[in-house]
Structures are given as C-alpha cells and as structure tokens.
Design a binder for this molecule. Sequence first.
Ligand code: M6R
Length: 610
Amino acid sequence: MCGIVGYIGDRNAQEILTGGLRRLEYRGYDSAGIVTTNDAGKATRLRAKGKVAELDEKVLAHKKTDHVGIGHTRWATHGVPSERNAHPHRVGAIYLVHNGIIENYRDIKELLTTKGYAFNSDTDTEVLTALVDLFYKTQSTKNLLAAVSEALQMAVGAYGIAVLAADSPEELVVARKGSPLVIGVSEGEVYVASDPSALVGHTDQVIYLKDGEIATCRREGVELYDIATNVVEKVVEKLELDLQAIQKKGFDHFLLKEIYEQPDTLRSTLSGRVQLEGMYAKLGGLNMSDKELSEVEHVLVVGCGTAYYAGQLASYYIEQCSDKVTVQVAIASELRYRSFNLPKNTVALVVSQSGETADTHACLRELQKRGIRCLGIVNAVGSTIAREVDGGVYVHVGAEISVASTKAFTSQVAAMLLFGLVVAQAKGAGKQEIGAYLQELDALPDEITRIIEEHAEEMKQLAKTYASYEHALFMGRDTMFPVALEGALKLKEISYIQAEGYAAGELKHGPIALVDDRFFEVALVADNLLYEKSMSNLIEINARGGHTIVLTDSDKPIDAEAVVRISTKLKLLSPLLFNVLLQLFAYHMAVERGNDVDQPRNLAKSVTVE
Ligand code: M6R
C-alpha cells in the first residue's frame, strides 16, 4: 500500500528519498512523488504516475542539493492514479504525504471552501494539507507542530503523515494514527519511513511512533508529543533488519527467493520451540502460565487472505492436538462488522505477516475491548499488531518482499500448530500424542528442500502447458482444502487466472457445472482415509472432459492429464509440501504469462486501509 519516506540531514535529500521509495516499491503503488526544500525555503516538488523509475527521470532533469524532504508512493483510494493526485500535496507553504484515509474529508473540504480554498486533486490528502495550512498561516509564530496537531484533532480516520513547511526547512513533522511510521535516528540526521525496510543501511536506531503521537524531526534530534502537543517520552530501539534480507540474492524474483528460503525460514520459526529431547513444544512470548494455557477451551483465529488460510489449515491441527479445544477461523473484515459471541476461556490468534493489516488490527482492538486475550502470530517485528497483542509468537521469516505471501504461510501454520501443542501439553497430553507432530515439524524443513529439488522443474513444465488457460479450480479434502484455497489465491493474484478453491466434496453441489475446455482442475489427493472419495471426484471431472492435474503422495495408479507424485515420510504435515509445489506452479504460470511477479497489478503488500 502507500509508502512514506522523509529525510533531514546533510546528505542529498532527493537521492535518499528516491532510494527509500525504491525500497518501498514492493508494497504496491501507482504513482510516486517527492518534495525537497533548500535553506532559503525554495521547494522542488516532483511527481509521476507509474513507477519510481518515472520519478527518477524527473529528478534527473531537476537535480537539487537540498537536504530536507518527504516522499511518497501512492496506492489510489480517493481519485484515479495520476500525477495530479500523487503526493506530496501542496497548499500554501505546506507539503504533506499521507497513508490512510481521512473519513470526514468532505465536511472539512466544505468548511475550507467557505474560507476560500480551492482544490486541484480528488484526494482526501489535499484537504488535510489545506487544513494544516489554515492553522499554520493563521498563527503568528508559524508553528508547524501546533498546526498539524490542530488539523489532526479535526480529522477522523486513519493516517500516517509527514509534513514539511517550505518556509521552515529546519524540521519535518510526522504523525500516526492507524498507519505505521518509524523514525530512524543517526548523528546529525533523521529518517522517516512507513516501513523499516526503507531505513536499512542508513541507521539501525529507530523510534516506532504509537497511535496518536506526533514527532518533530530536526537535525539535532526527535521530539515526541501526543496529539495535544504534550511531550511524550521516546524509546529508541534497535532495528533487526539487514541489507541481505531485502536483496534478491541471485534469484530472478523475490517471490522465487522466498519460496526457496522456506526451509531456512521455517527453521527460524521452530528454533528452540521444538524440543525433541523431552518431547515438548515451547513458546516463550505467550505471557500465559501453564494454568492459563490449560484453561483454554476455544481458539478464535483471525486474519485476511493468506493469513486466514493459514488459520484454516492450523485449525485442523489445533483440534487434532486436543479434543478439549474448539477452533473457529474468521476473516477479519467480516468479523469486525458482525455481531459475534465467544465462549468463555477463548484465546484469539491474530495472524498477520505485516502486522499492519487494517481489518485484522481492528479485530484485535474489538476483541481486546471484550476482554479476550489476543496472541499475535506476526512476522514484522515492532509492527502495530505485534505491539498491541497480549503476547504471541513471532514467526521470524525475515522480510517478505513479494506481494504474494509464501514463506509466511508455512511458518504461520507451524507457529499455530506449536500453540496447539503447548495448549495440549498444558491440558495433560502425553509425549506420544504430541511427539508425532514435533517429529514432523522437525523433519519439515528438510522435506521442503527435497520436494523443491525433486519437483521444481516439473512444476515449471506444468506451468508451460497450462499458462494459456483463463480459469482454474483447485480442490482438496480435509487439510488439503485450505491448501486448495491458498493455491487458488496464489495463482489468481500473480497469474491473473480466475482460480477458485473448493472442498472437493462440494463439487457436485455447483462447481462441476464449470468443467469445460476453458478450465483446468488441480486436485490435491492425499494418501489417507479420504483417498477413494477424492478419486471419485476426479473420475466425475474426467467423465466431463476436464483437464485434471493431480498432486498426490500416493503411488496408486491415477487417471489424470498430469500427475505430480511426491514421496514423503510426513503424514500430518504433507499439506505444507503440496502448498510449496502450488507456490512454484503459480510462480511459473505468472512468469510464463509475462506478469510482474513481485508486484502484481492492483495489489499492495500490506493493506493498511479497509
Ligand atoms: O500482512 P498480512 O498477513 O496481514 O496480510 C494479509 C493479506 O493481505 C495477505 O496475506 C494477502 O492475501 C497476500 N497478498 C496473499 O498472498
């Protein structure tokens, strides 16, 4: 989604800002812009529709030696992607970049219009800029902090903003409510970003802004305030992210790198948490006593997109671990607006790679309001959700740059399974009952490595055969069902093929009507009790001339257009292997179709508006 950068110091601000925006490209955007000012208060604003490369060309034609500025990548919400709607917006001396949505912008616009303001864009951001200008220019002292504070006290909605007054080039003012901002501090300079990856290589000393905080950034340092400009104590933390983590390391795309990284990232998730000697699972950050764990009766899993599907798969495992626990999985954007009841002793698992997804975050707040203990299953350290939960499990997969989530899924499932095991242990489950899961978790990274080695080329060739289709059906039963959903999501978001995931048993209840020459069907067939049932679904599709691809760990004869056979010792966690193959399939389909694999059209990495 939108990205913010800011800089004040002695280096070239145009270079720092465009470099920062390139780091944020992975988040998805449709236009970009920067403004810098010189010491005499002359501002240079450059904006472009499209990629940062278009902006680079403008910078080349208008090079400046300015040392202060702000920049933005915009993902359109109000108004089409265009230079006119791109940030920074300017009204009078005020330049402003904004992530989020100002919900009452129409009311504010009306008010400003009566005061003589006219608007050049269709955005809520320009309205906020004008409001800051109104307060700024009516003050005798031209105090930017006070002007921003007054404007934000009128604004309803979510925002991360960075503001610059051209006639006061010695400071930037930044603020957040519901949209992340991090400030990087270094000797004589200050960096601002909506995502820590833009700070990597500049400084590892960071201040995460909390909701409702405003900061002034000057060369001499940063001051924090609440919305009413009362001073707030600042905490400087170490940023745990390095350059290596945000580079492609020889892969053609971040997505492919992240698929291949999974054995290692999964090891990081499991490290210290799977104890084979003694046969127990251990999670350090739950902030729950054994007694509290033993009292858990219901688990609510909340997330969006891939995180939601990870929750679905994990729900099977958590219920298998203990017959004394029920599990419910909810799409965050649905849960937040419906009336719902939860049984006593519920614990919520709030699942998010970025830790910034607006709907998931809203659920967290709602659940906490109801007194439900919320645990985060989060990747991004220091993110909003990670900071607000009552405890949780970091999945530790490192930066996930590709918009399509891959390595996070695998580790989210593993982390939730570990939670299920920890609860089962506390309820008295024997070593033998949980031992099978621990052994499979322990073996999983190597199995993923082997499966990738053995089948990567096969998935590539399969993609060549099916890349020209426009429709696909994915189906599976039991734990393969969530994998079918996730496989379909992965395919649709990067290949733009219309793909649906179904519980195979639902086929006859509707989707089988779709089977014709324009479709191909991916059947995930596990060698288990449901094997025969899955086979009859396949026969039904074949009988209607379907183009079936079967992924299976069975060695029995199968009649299908293509069969991918994996051999694995895993029985419980084999769905995660199937999922890795579907990730590879989606990747190669997208490459075959010439798509922008890492930044698919219309998508954003972290969805910070609902
Ligand atoms: O950062 P989160 O895990 O909260 O993101 C949730 C979804 O937006 C995300 O999984 C999305 O569906 C991905 N593009 C899937 O690949």
